[in-house]
Design a protein around this ligand. Structure first.
Ligand code: AMP
Length: 400
């Protein structure tokens, strides 16, 4: 069975096409600059040369048609008939409080995605456009929506409520939702499996540390807390996002700098985090290099990042009254052994003992990095959100 996974942004459409018998990527690609000048499709199929199409794409419909054409192309494609596409899995940002599982798209699902435009103003409209475009390009093929917020819907009220007047939760659904759900779901499942834990009696923490970063507490396979909030701005320090701050900072900057609230929020999303503190870059590799060259701001950016991750792990250990295993994942978590080591240095009180040599060797492969006598096990578990979406899509259509 073959499944197409689509991730739409406001001017982009990313795709991966999987053979689900082998979990292999048969083809992948990106349509960029949709709706603006210079639109381009870059398509790569297994064992074939890269295929680039430069032609105007006035909307996502044109982009989706081009993707299907590329998959069918006699020279660069990987299928001979459209019927080989069994289903399409769409990454969708926000489902509000509506869905805790993947769903087959129908008019109700589209209404929910539309109702959540306010909660995900950049992503949800693009996600819906992508769904509509795929429906038109490959009619009759099941379209499945996999929501970034879904995995976190099991959080209890004490974890998701903000301590603001309750009427705002009732009127506007203002609460913590959490994001990166597909990654937290996939990595926590893998962690429970590789650490030999009981899915129904386990306490694990997943640290998804990439350009966007979030952390979740997963008890008995269910998310009980996560660091991102109403939007992805809350929680850990990220590439360009501040994570947790005192909300009064927003008013203070607005007054001092003559900015609007929207402008300050944009600053907290796009010019803060590692970039804002270090003044070097949002890319952790650049910040690490600058620190090694003696840059003080790069050093405190790294230290603040590690400190915040360790604080959340401490908080989530308390929330679950213990932790059996911790996973590091995403670009930084999978590759940066120094950050992993520095975070773990805060956690010795848990009986966690990092195997420093092993940790140094491990990059982007699944492996344990603690010693045999460590009370808490730590693993590196590469995330694969596209494959996770394809697997959940397959699971859903096979259960129907
Ligand atoms: P992601 O958002 O998961 O793609 O992660 C992107 C981040 O991972 C970027 O800030 C990269 O600098 C970081 N990253 C990727 N490879 C490495 C590496 N070898 N060492 C440190 N950071 C890395």
């Amino acid at each position: 069975m073959k499944i197409l996974v689509i991730n739409c942004g406001s001017s982009s459409l990313k795709y991966q096409f999987f053979d689900m018998d082998s979990n292999e990527v048969l083809a992948k690609g990106l349509c960029e600059r949709i709706g603006i000048e210079g639109s381009k499709l870059t398509h790569e199929a297994k064992g074939k040369e890269k295929y680039v199409v430069t032609q105007p794409m006035k909307n996502h419909q044109v982009a989706a048609d081009l993707v299907i054409k590329a998959l069918l192309d006699p020279e660069y494609g990987v299928i001979t008939d459209i019927s080989e596409i069994s289903a399409v899995g769409h990454r969708v940002l926000h489902a509000g409080q509506h869905y805790s599982d993947p769903v087959i798209v129908n008019e109700d699902v589209k209404r929910v995605i539309r109702e959540c435009f306010d909660l995900g103003p950049l992503h949800n409209p693009a996600n819906l456009t992508g769904i509509n475009a795929c429906e038109a390009a490959i009619p009759g093929v099941p379209q499945v929506a996999i929501f970034d917020t879904a995995f976190h819907q099991t959080m209890p009220a004490k974890a998701y409520l903000y301590a603001i007047p309750y009427e705002y939760y009732e009127k506007y659904n203002i609460r913590r939702y959490g994001f990166h759900g597909t990654s937290h779901s996939y990595v926590s499942r893998r962690l429970i499996k590789v650490a030999g834990l009981d899915p129904n009696n386990s306490k694990v923490i997943v640290a998804h540390l990439g350009n966007g970063a979030s952390i979740s507490a997963v008890q008995n396979s269910k998310c009980v807390d996560t660091s991102m909030g109403l939007t992805p701005l809350e929680g850990l320090i990220m590439g360009t996002r501040s994570g947790d701050i005192d909300p009064a900072v927003i008013q203070y900057i607005a007054k001092k700098e003559g900015k609007t609230v929207d402008e300050v929020i944009s600053l907290l999303n796009k010019q803060s985090g590692m970039l804002g503190v270090s003044g070097v870059s949002s890319d952790f590799r650049d910040v690490k290099k600058a620190e090694a060259e003696g840059n003080y701001r790069a050093k405190i950016a790294n230290e603040a990042f590690e400190y915040r991750v360790a604080k959340y792990i401490g908080a989530y250990t308390a929330a679950m009254n213990g932790v059996d295993a911790i996973a590091f994942t995403a670009g930084v978590g999978e590759n940066d052994h120094i950050i992993r080591s520095n975070v773990c240095k805060y956690l010795g009180y848990l009986g966690l003992k990092l195997d420093e040599e092993k940790n140094k060797e491990i990059r982007a492969v699944e492996a344990e990095i603690t010693t045999a006598d460590s009370k808490v096990k730590v693993y590196v578990i590469p995330t694969n959100e596209e494959l996770a979406i394809a697997m959940q899509t397959l699971e859903l259509i096979q259960s129907k």
